[in-house]
Design a protein around this ligand. Structure first.
Ligand SMILES: Cc1cc2nc3c(=O)[nH]c(=O)nc-3n(C[C@H](O)[C@H](O)[C@H](O)COP(=O)(O)O)c2cc1C
Length: 305
């Protein structure tokens, strides 16, 4: 019998545990369709704000060789246009669509959440953690009281699962406990890590925004430790592990640490969309070789030592 890769994320059923991470390809219907065809179990949209945002001027992305640095500035067409895209995606795709909701405060988060729920998204991910946009993300989410108030108010209007996306900057257990206490259904960990790079020729910061977010395989050990720690403390909370997943082995690491599913982002740049099917196939083969019947048996397995 073939091992099952199906997972249940707080009621959200995924054919396999791979999810397109927010901000990567999740802002056009044709790209979302390609992600589904490539084998992903679900897809998260780019973070959506109430009004359109242009984002920062170039340079906004740096390939460091060992990972990536970006400060896009949360460019998106705003919730009106994005809601139409979500409604279309819902009509055309079979996999769940997770709407990434952003905001400069409680009111904006609530307004965007209301609209994407009306549009038919299957779940919400609250971006409480983008580390490089003034007035958004981490600047809102690093206040534990405010973060849990926002999470609680969005949860109160949502019949769909709500995930709070945190970063390493908020990974202290007290903060996580507060956010979980607000009633969210799960945690996504982690967002990019605040970082920068300097060009030695011009002797100036490379990114137009100076600071950006570090992602890719160099952050995986950090993300993994966050997931392991949260699962150890809150074993019943579903976790989407994100940060440097580049193949089935790295996806499995997150599951063994306690994640129910994994987000895949930056490494798509290096490996293309085949990263999804390769990850799924590798996990399937691993389960079969080791005699496991379901991927869910492996969740948090590394804690059993
Ligand atoms: C270019 C780029 C844009 C991103 N945009 C968003 C975003 O809009 N919202 C969000 O929550 N995370 C965003 N992220 C963070 C990713 O979703 C992910 O949490 C992070 O990059 C770590 O995963 P990775 O190493 O697989 O990329 C972005 C990351 C990158 C590289």
């Amino acid at each position: 019998m073939r091992a099952s890769l199906e997972v249940d994320l707080a009621g959200l059923r995924l054919r396999n545990p791979t999810i397109l991470a927010s901000g990567i390809l999740g802002s056009s219907l044709s790209l979302l369709k390609r992600v589904e065809e490539a084998g992903a179990g679900a897809a998260a949209t780019k973070t959506i704000t109430a009004d359109p945002r242009e984002g920062y001027p170039n340079p906004v992305f740096v390939d460091l060789g060992f990972g990536y640095l970006n400060a896009m500035g949360l460019p998106n067409p705003g919730v009106e246009e994005f809601s139409r895209l979500i409604a279309e995606a819902r009509r055309l795709l079979k996999i769940p669509v997770i709407a990434s909701v952003g905001g400069g405060g409680g009111e904006e988060f609530l307004l965007v959440a209301e609209r994407v729920l009306e549009a038919g998204c299957d779940a919400i991910e609250l971006n409480l953690s983008c580390p490089h946009v003034s007035g958004y993300g981490l600047e809102v989410g690093s206040d534990p009281e405010l973060a849990s108030r926002i999470a609680g108010s969005v949860k109160s209007i949502s019949s769909k699962p709500v995930f709070a996306k945190i970063s390493i900057h908020q990974s202290e257990l007290g903060v996580v406990e507060k956010v979980i206490g607000s009633g969210v259904d799960g945690i996504t960990a982690i967002n990019t890590i605040r970082a920068m790079a300097i060009d030695v020729d011009s002797m100036k910061p490379i990114l137009s925004n100076i600071y950006g977010g570090l992602s890719g395989r160099c952050i995986r050990p950090i993300a993994l430790a966050v997931v392991y720690r949260i699962h150890g403390e809150f074993p019943d909370i579903p976790i989407i592990g994100v940060g440097g997943v580049e193949d089935w082995k790295s996806a499995l690491e997150f599951i063994l640490a306690g994640a129910s599913a994994v987000g895949i982002g930056s490494e798509i740049a290096r490996k293309d969309l085949k990263i999804f099917s390769e990850t799924v196939q590798g996990l399937e083969e691993f389960l079969a070789e080791r005699g496991f019947r379901s991927i869910t048996e492996l969740r948090g397995y590394a804690h059993k030592i």
